[in-house]
Ligand binder design. Structure first.
Ligand code: AHG
Ligand code: MN
Ligand code: MN
Length: 328
C-alpha cells in the first residue's frame, strides 16, 4: 500500500507543485496530525480533557484540546517556513509568520484546529479542517487580510483529519479526493480510500433538529419531506447527527446524504464558519461529485468579508442538495 509521503511526492510530479512547496506544506500538516492524534488517543489518561476556563474570540468555551491542536498546527506550519500566514478559529487575527523562510512562502492556511469540541470529553469522533490558498500580495511583503478573504474556488488544496475509531486524513489538491488511514502501530499513514466519489443521492439527513422551531420555512419543509414515505426516493431518510462536522461530513461523503446547518433565530447566519469549515468541505465535496450551498448560492463563490464569517450551510449528495435548493 502506498504511504501518504509517497503519494504526496508522486502527485508533485504531475501537478502544479513543481517547487515542492505544497508537498512540504502537506507534510507539515501530516506531522501536526500525528501529534494531535497521539494526544487525542490518550485523552482520559492524561490531563487533556475539559475546558481551559476561557473563551475564544467567538465567545465559545475553549477546550484544552482546542488550544493544544491550535498550538501544534501553528508550530508545525511555522517551523518549516511553508506558509506565510495562518488564520485559525482560535485566534482573533491572522498570524503573519515572520521568519526568513516564511517570508518567501507563497501559501496561506486557514484552519479549524479542533472541530467538534463538545465531543472531546465523551470519546466521540472529532476532527481538524484546513484550507490552503496562494497569497495575493507579493512574496516578501507582509501578509494582509485579503490573502485570506479569497473565494473558495481559489483554494489550492483543502482537507480534514478525522480522529475516530481509526484516524484518517482526507484531502484534495483539485485533482480528486483521496483518503488515508493512520496505522498507529508503525506510525504510518496509508492510502486507503483512493479517488473518493460521493453517491448522487443517499438516505441520510443530518441536522440539529432541536432548532426546528427557529428554522426558516424552506428548511422546515425539507425536514418534513425527509420524513415522508416514498420508496422510489428511499424515504423516509435516516437521521444521523454526531455534532462534529468532520465526522458527520465524512459519513455522508462515503454513504451519501445531506448535512444542514441553516440559519436559526439564535444564529441568523448559521453557526459554521466560511473560511475554515464550509469552504474546505465544499471544495472536497465538489471534487467528489457532490454540492455545497448556503441554500441559494454555491459556497465556493461567496466573497468572504471577514475572517470568522458564518454562513448557512447545506452540503452533500448532489440530488439531495438540489432538492433543498428547490425548496428555497
Ligand atoms: P467547533 O468545535 O470547531 O467549534 O465546531 C462545532 C461545530 C461543528 O463541529 C458541529 O457540526 C456543530 O458545531 C454542532 O453544532 P450544534 O451543537 O449547534 O448542533
Ligand atoms: Mn468546527
Ligand atoms: Mn474548532
Amino acid at each position: 500500500m502506498q504511504t501518504l509521503g509517497e503519494f504526496i511526492i508522486e502527485q508533485q510530479k504531475d501537478h502544479q507543485d513543481a517547487s515542492g512547496e505544497l508537498s512540504k506544506l502537506l507534510s507539515s500538516i501530516k506531522l501536526a496530525t500525528k501529534i494531535v492524534n497521539r494526544e487525542v488517543s490518550k485523552a482520559g489518561l492524561v490531563d487533556i480533557l475539559g475546558g481551559v476556563g476561557g473563551e475564544n474570540i467567538q465567545g465559545e468555551e475553549q477546550q484544552k484540546l482546542d488550544v493544544f491542536a491550535n498550538k501544534h498546527f501553528i508550530k508545525a506550519l511555522q517551523a518549516r517556513g511553508v506558509v506565510c500566514g495562518i488564520a485559525s478559529e482560535e485566534n482573533e487575527d491572522f498570524i503573519d509568520c515572520n521568519t526568513e523562510d516564511s517570508k518567501q512562502a507563497k501559501y496561506v492556511v486557514s484552519m479549524d484546529p479542533l472541530d467538534g469540541s463538545s465531543n472531546i470529553d465523551v470519546n466521540v469522533s472529532i476532527g481538524t479542517i484546513f484550507s490552503i490558498y496562494k497569497r495575493i500580495t507579493p512574496v516578501g511583503s507582509p501578509v494582509e487580510l485579503k490573502d485570506f478573504l479569497q473565494k473558495g474556488i481559489h483554494q489550492v488544496a483543502a482537507g480534514y483529519v478525522l480522529y475516530g475509531a481509526s484516524s484518517m486524513l482526507v484531502y484534495s489538491t483539485g485533482n480528486g479526493v483521496n483518503g488515508f488511514t493512520f496505522d498507529p502501530s508503525i506510525g504510518t499513514v496509508y492510502l486507503s480510500h483512493p479517488n473518493i466519489k460521493t453517491p448522487e443521492k443517499g438516505k441520510i439527513y443530518s441536522i440539529n433538529e432541536g432548532n426546528f422551531n427557529s428554522f426558516e420555512q424552506p428548511i422546515k419543509s425539507y425536514i418534513d419531506y425527509c420524513k415522508q414515505e416514498d420508496k422510489s426516493s428511499l424515504r423516509p431518510y435516516s437521521a444521523r447527527y454526531i455534532g462534529s462536522l468532520v465526522a458527520d461530513f465524512h459519513r455522508n461523503l462515503i454513504k451519501g446524504g445531506v448535512y444542514l446547518y441553516p440559519s436559526t433565530s439564535k444564529a441568523p447566519n448559521g453557526k459554521l464558519r466560511l473560511l475554515y469549515e464550509c469552504n474546505p468541505l465544499a471544495f472536497l465535496v465538489e471534487q467528489a461529485g457532490g454540492m455545497a450551498t448556503n441554500g441559494k448560492e454555491r459556497i465556493l463563490e461567496i466573497q468572504p468579508t471577514e475572517l470568522h464569517q458564518r454562513v448557512p450551510f447545506v452540503i452533500g449528495s448532489k440530488k439531495m442538495v438540489e432538492k433543498v435548493s428547490a425548496m428555497h
